[in-house]
Design a protein around this ligand. Structure first.
Ligand code: FCB
Length: 466
C-alpha cells in the first residue's frame, strides 16, 4: 500500500484528549500518602512539596477552556479518594459536589470525561492500616468506588479503575522509591494481587450501578529490547520483563489467571473478563540484559547481586535522567502486542518531559503516525489522551524543570500558563481529526518523506521484544 496521502485521517468518532491526575494538578491535598511523604522528605526531588500544584481545585475550569480552545473532545482526570472519603466512616459532600461540578464543566464544553478512580494516591487512614498490603483494601476501594460511581454514573460512561498498578507495585513496594518505600518481593506480590482484586471489584460494582458503563484500566507499557541483540540471555530477559511488567495484570484481567515466570499461577476468578476496554500508557523503550560478571558473582552471596542491566543505547534519543529512549515504533509494537486481548483500546497516556518543547512537536507527530498505522491494521484504537495539558507535580521528580510534560507551561508560583508550540500542533490535529502533510511540513519538514511518501507496509520497523 503506497501512502502518497496528503492526510492520515482518524476514525470519525475518535476521542482526542489530555490526561491528568488529581494529586498532580489539584493542589491543597493534605490527607493522602503522597502528601505525607512529601512532608516527611526523602521521596521527592529536592524534598519539594506538591502545594498548590496547578490549583485545579479552584481553577480547573480555566484549563478546561484551554482544552476546548484546542478542540479536544475528551479528557481523562482522576478523583482523589482522600478528599471524598477523609475517614473510613465519613464522606465529604463538598468534595463530591466539586467533582460533580468539574464533570459538568467538561460536558458543557463538549469534552467527554474519562474518570480514573485510583491514580497512585490513597487516604492516610488506609496507609495507617497497611495500605494495599492489607487484604481489606479491596473492600475499602469497592465502597469508595460505589459512592463515586453512584454520584456520577448519569454523566460518566468511561471509567478507569486503577492507573498503572504494576508501576505502583514496582516503585512503592519493590524499588522502594515511592511511599511507603518498601523493598520486598512478598509485599509486591501481595499488593499486585490486591490491586487486581480491587480492579475486579470495581469493575463489577460499576456494572452493578450502570450496566452500560465502559470500564477498563490504564496499563503502563514499556518497549523492552535486548541490550545486546547477539546475546540470547538479553533476549530472554527482555521477554521475561515484558511478560511480568506488561502482560501479567492484563492476562489476569482477561483470564482470571496470573502466571509468574518460573513460579506460581495465581487464580483470581473474579478478575476474568473485567476489561471493556484497555488503556495503554506508553512513553519509552528500555534495553535490558544480564550483566554476566555480576551474574557469576551471585553464586557468591557476599558479592552484589545486581545482575540485570536496564538502560538506553548511545545514539538513540532519550529523556532526562533515567528516562528511556524515545521510540515511536514501540507504540505500534505495543498495540500489536495487545491486540489479541480483543478489546477497544485507548492510549490513556503518552507524552514527553521537554520543558523547551524542542522535541514534543515531533514526539506527537511521530507517535500519532504510529497510532494511525495501527488503526490501518484494524487494531481498534478509539482515542488518545496526551500527557499532559499542563506542567504538573511529577511524583518523585516533583517540579524538577527537566520533567515538564505540559502542552502549556505553568509557573507554579503565579499559576500563569504559557502555551507551548506543541499545543498548536496537537490542537490542529484534534480539530482536523487528521495528521496532514501541510501540518508536518510546517512543524517538522524532515518528517514529510518518512510519513507521507513511503510504502507504509515496508517502513523500517523495530519490533524487538514488545
Ligand atoms: C505516568 C503516570 C503519570 C505521570 C506520567 C509522566 O507513568 O501515570 O501520573 O507521572 O507517568
Amino acid at each position: 500500500m503506497q501512502t502518497h496521502l496528503d492526510s492520515l485521517c482518524f476514525p470519525s468518532s475518535f476521542r482526542w484528549g489530555t490526561a491528568t491526575s488529581s494529586h498532580q494538578v489539584e493542589g491543597h491535598q493534605y490527607n493522602n500518602n503522597w502528601w505525607a511523604a512529601e512532608k516527611a522528605g526523602g521521596f521527592v526531588y529536592q524534598d519539594q512539596q506538591s502545594g498548590a500544584a496547578c490549583d485545579w481545585w479552584n481553577r480547573a475550569e480555566e484549563d478546561f477552556d484551554r482544552m476546548a480552545a484546542l478542540g479536544l473532545n475528551a479528557h481523562r482526570m482522576s478523583i482523589e479518594w482522600s478528599r471524598v472519603q477523609p475517614a473510613p466512616d465519613r464522606w465529604d459532600d463538598d468534595a463530591l459536589a466539586r467533582y460533580q461540578e468539574m464533570v459538568d464543566a467538561l460536558l458543557e464544553r463538549d469534552i467527554e470525561p474519562m474518570i480514573t478512580l485510583h491514580h497512585f494516591t490513597e487516604p492516610l487512614w488506609m496507609t495507617a492500616q497497611g495500605s494495599w498490603e492489607n487484604d481489606e483494601s479491596v473492600g475499602w476501594f469497592e465502597k469508595y468506588v460505589h459512592r463515586v460511581v453512584t454520584l456520577l454514573s448519569d454523566k460518566v460512561t468511561l471509567w478507569c479503575t486503577i492507573n498503572e498498578p504494576m508501576v505502583l507495585v514496582g516503585q512503592a513496594y519493590l524499588a522502594g522509591i515511592w511511599p511507603p518505600g518498601q523493598k520486598s518481593l512478598r509485599s509486591s506480590i501481595d499488593v499486585g494481587l490486591n490491586l487486581t482484586k480491587a480492579h475486579a471489584a470495581a469493575y463489577h460494582t460499576i456494572h452493578g450501578i450502570n450496566p452500560s458503563a465502559q470500564v477498563g484500566l490504564a496499563k503502563h507499557m514499556v518497549s523492552w529490547s535486548p541490550h545486546r541483540v547477539w546475546i540470547p540471555t538479553d533476549h530472554l530477559v527482555a521477554r521475561m520483563v515484558n511478560r511480568i511488567t506488561n502482560h501479567l495484570i492484563l492476562d489476569a484481567a482477561a483470564t482470571g489467571r496470573a502466571r509468574l515466570p518460573f513460579g506460581k499461577t495465581y487464580h483470581i476468578k473474579q478478575a476474568a473478563n473485567t476489561l471493556d476496554w484497555l488503556g495503554i500508557n506508553y512513553y519509552q523503550r528500555y534495553r535490558v540484559g544480564i550483566k554476566i560478571r555480576n551474574f557469576l558473582r551471585t553464586f557468591f552471596p557476599s558479592l552484589p547481586a545486581n545482575i540485570f542491566y536496564q538502560g538506553t543505547k548511545p545514539g538513540y534519543q532519550k529523556g532526562p535522567g533515567s528516562w528511556g529512549e524515545i521510540h515511536p515504533e514501540g507504540l505500534f509494537d505495543t498495540l500489536r502486542a495487545v491486540a489479541h486481548y480483543g478489546r477497544p483500546i485507548y492510549i490513556t497516556e503518552n507524552g514527553i518531559p521537554d520543558r523547551d518543547d524542542k522535541n514534543r512537536p515531533r514526539f506527537i507527530i511521530t507517535h500519532l503516525h504510529q497510532l494511525w498505522r495501527a488503526i490501518e491494521e484494524a487494531i481498534p484504537v478509539k482515542g488518545y489522551y496526551h500527557w499532559s495539558l499542563v506542567d504538573n507535580f511529577e511524583w518523585a521528580e516533583g517540579y524538577n524543570p527537566d520533567f515538564r510534560f505540559g502542552l502549556f507551561g505553568v509557573d507554579i508560583e503565579t499559576q500563569e500558563r504559557t502555551p507551548r508550540p506543541s499545543s498548536r500542533v496537537y490542537g490542529e490535529i484534534c480539530r482536523s481529526n487528521s495528521l496532514t502533510q501541510d501540518l508536518v511540513a510546517r512543524y517538522d519538514p524532515e518528517l514529510v518523506p518518512q510519513i507521507f511518501r513511503v510504502d507504509a507496509s515496508k517502513e523500517p520497523q523495530q519490533t524487538e521484544a514488545t
